[in-house]
Design a protein around this ligand. Sequence first.
Ligand code: NAD
Length: 392
Amino acid sequence: MIVKPKVRGFICTTAHAEGCKASVKAQIDYVKAQPHSERGPKKVLVVGASMGYGLASRISAAYSYGAATLGVIFDRAASGSRTATSGWYNTAAFEEFAAADGLYAKTINGDAYSKEIKEKTIELIKKDMGKVDCVIYSLAAPRRTMEDGTVYTSVLKTVGESYTNKTINLKDNTVSNITVEPATEEEIEATVRVMGGDDWKLWIEALKAADAIEDDAVTVAYSYIGPEITHPMYADGSIGKAKDDLFAASKEITEKGIRAYISVNKALVTQSSAAIPIVPLYISILYKVMKAHNVHEGCIEQMCRMFNEKIFCGETKTDDTGRIRMDDLEMQDEIQTEVNKLWSEISSDNLDTHADLEGYHQDFYRLFGFGIDGVDYDADIDPDVRIPSLEQ
Ligand code: NAD
């Protein structure tokens, strides 16, 4: 099958197996080339391991410290004329490379919010690893189904008042104003249920109850703060309320004995961030400024630096509130001053000079395995790729 991108709205409905493999390989090569100490986690559970920050965390742990990794993913295999999801191909490739390098890597595919998947994961940990010493919680999901069948759907809206600012239409690369309406109380509650700390706490409690987590283990979940222009939409919006809840969960988990951190990461193009109004325009300006200052990072650079320079480097480095700040470079005054200036001037007419739209689009297509150097996109490839550990 010759696989081409088919973009619908914020997602691409096709993925390229060879492209995803090359992208995973490039991330592995990056981590291999970085300096790292032996002092790091050895048995790592990554919840939400197939894409973005979760995948980068898995690769960083495996290739910085030789860690055994167990990934929980929610992805689809190829069927008929449909390709698999890129998360599926990424995971298949990761397992293949890890096996070749003598690293343990297994995967559980299913809904991480469910009790069933938690039990299945813990059973595998007990059988193969005994206990985990690090849990990365990197879910970004639109909805959560509870045990009683109730479905909560998260929304990306403001809280209190509506907010109008610039946004980009990525279909025709035009800038226009968008008004984001406030979420209802019910919508805020639902967003907190999906993206807040409740499920993270359930994971840690289940691991503890089964004696499947070391007493000195560390667990990390991811958040975002960003500059003021994005606050009504993000930090002070419905997703921000969920992230506040995630932060509160980190304190609760720590009080109950397992060291838990929030890492505030950099804004990057991922399947999830592409869906947030206003943010993609901010990201494309940010890319331009950070690249010009030679401080741009992608998920793998961020996660590799988080493990090696913030967490497993003696004393964990946090801000006054106890959060790990991987947005340190993004939030530097000189970067934000330039971003602000460009933001105030940007319009459809000057996008080329004011934003790195090419970089944005490139990263978006790369999420699905397209536009990767060295991959022959005219070649006939077999989309039916297996994830080795799911065959056992
Ligand atoms: P992503 O969409 O790239 O990855 C999310 C992962 O969660 C995927 O592997 C997906 O398959 C998995 N997933 C979703 N629902 C699942 C389910 N029910 N069961 C199992 N797996 C499931 O997103 P991302 O941007 O890497 O986001 C990860 C975390 O990082 C989120 O908490 C997000 O808020 C945070 N974050 C993202 C950014 C950003 O700019 N992208 C910045 C800071 C923090």
